[in-house]
Design a protein around this ligand. Structure first.
Ligand SMILES: Cc1ncc(COP(=O)(O)O)c(C=O)c1O
Length: 403
């Protein structure tokens, strides 16, 4: 059964049959609330598109602009947004490989790539692997972009070569939805300094209905920027790799500098699945976003009742909760050993390592998300109410247990 089951209603025995990273990386008694996979069944139109493609033997290489056209139509219908011009797009194997290829075009070895921690760990890992210099401009205490500090970092990056800003819009792990004005200020500062913006918009479909989402390429002054988009997170398709890079009006020539071969890594079945999701999986997405909102509220209630000293400032997008354990005395010691794991989401360090051992719950390690993550961990609440409730009960029991 697909689609007809309400989202987040799978039981743990069904989920444990899954063979993906989320369900196989931890011991079998552990509740996995870490990597960004959702505990849902797929949208029926996606399954049908894949089955039909397999039936007709349509398992060759990806081709054409249908995925880009489907995203442009989705953006128009959902947010009333232009900004996504299929004539200025390229399919890329996935969002992060798209980011890597764009950074190769826009910057050179040793140039700065600005990131805003806490942020998705591969932003560090891939930029560093590429020989770029990662420059951190942490979010403010309210988890917003620090605009004056970004402008400074852009000026200083441009003073030493060609700089780029990897923007996460909406933001992983905090769920922050950047406002139009914030993004326009980013665009203005980047333009003034000659820094190029690459916006990772993979979480855009998962913005709550009450919040206003702004695609980066729709803001004033963003014409030299890029957006990387994908149906991967919104429809839970990370195993069906595909993504699209869109260039702003002044960035088309740079997009054309991506080697044609980059497109060879796109999974044709991935592109078909993502296209079907964007065109025909919108009711499914709405049901999932509603379910996530219920889970967001449940998590807030559970934390207030059982772990009141854990701080959480919920964002209006994604299914990720950035939890701050700094008020718990043991967190200081747990965080002390954590520095080495910046950018490496596979390392269990700090609070997450402690919780794995003592609560048998797997969260993502805060230090992997960069500076300021020492006492934090990221919890994925795209699961059933039962799993979420049990996970918080286990954490509360471990935290409250005598040591
Ligand atoms: C912000 C962000 N970018 C990129 C990715 C990975 O996307 P892809 O598999 O398309 O590289 C994720 C996955 O969780 C993510 O959260």
């Amino acid at each position: 059964m697909v689609t007809d089951t309400p989202p987040f209603d799978l039981d743990i025995a069904q989920l444990r049959q899954r063979t993906s990273a989320k369900w196989r990386a931890a011991d079998p008694d552990v509740l996995p609330l870490w990597v960004a996979e959702m505990d849902v069944l797929p949208a029926r139109p996606v399954v049908e598109a894949l089955c039909k493609a397999l039936d007709r033997g349509d398992t060759g290489y990806a081709f054409g602009a249908e995925y880009a056209e489907a995203y442009a139509a989705f953006a128009r219908d959902r947010w009333g947004s232009g900004g996504f011009e299929p004539a200025r797009s390229a399919m890329v194997p996935d969002v992060m490989l798209g980011a890597v290829e764009l950074l190769k075009v826009l910057t050179g070895p040793g140039d700065a790539v600005v990131v805003t921690p806490p942020v998705y760990p591969p932003f560090y890992a891939f930029a560093e692997h590429l020989g770029r210099r990662v420059v951190e401009v942490p979010l403010t205490a309210e988890l917003r972009l620090d605009l004056p500090a970004l402008a400074d970092a852009f000026r200083s990056a441009a003073g030493r070569g060609r700089g780029a800003f990897l923007l996460c819009n909406p933001h992983n792990p905090t769920g922050t939805v950047h406002s139009y004005d914030e993004l326009a200020a980013v665009a203005a500062a980047a333009e003034a300094a000659g820094v190029r913006v690459v916006a990772d918009e993979i979480h855009a479909p998962l913005v709550l209905p009450g919040a206003t989402y702004t695609p980066y390429l729709t803001v004033r002054g963003a014409g030299s920027g890029f957006a990387l988009v994908s149906a991967s997170k919104g429809w839970n398709l990370p195993g069906l790799k595909a993504a699209v890079a869109f260039a702003g009006p002044e960035a088309g020539a740079d997009l054309a500098r991506l080697p044609e071969e980059v497109g060879h890594g796109v999974s044709h079945l991935g592109a078909l699945a993502h296209t079907a999701a964007l065109r025909h999986g919108r009711e499914w997405l709405d049901a999932v976003v509603e379910g996530l909102d219920r889970n967001r509220a449940l998590l807030g209630d559970l934390l207030a009742a059982h772990l009141p000293s854990v701080r959480w400032n919920p964002g209006a997008a994604t299914y990720l909760a950035w939890l701050d354990f700094a008020d718990l005395p043991w967190a200081a010691t747990a965080g002390a050993d954590a520095d080495a794991s910046r950018g490496d989401a596979s390392v269990r360090a700090g609070v997450a390592a402690w919780l794995y051992e003592h609560a048998r719950v797997l969260l993502s390690s805060g230090p992997a998300f960069g500076s300021g993550g020492e006492h934090c961990a990221r919890l994925n609440f795209a699961t059933s109410a039962t799993v979420l409730t049990e996970a918080i009960a286990r954490m509360a029991a471990a935290v409250g247990a005598p040591r």
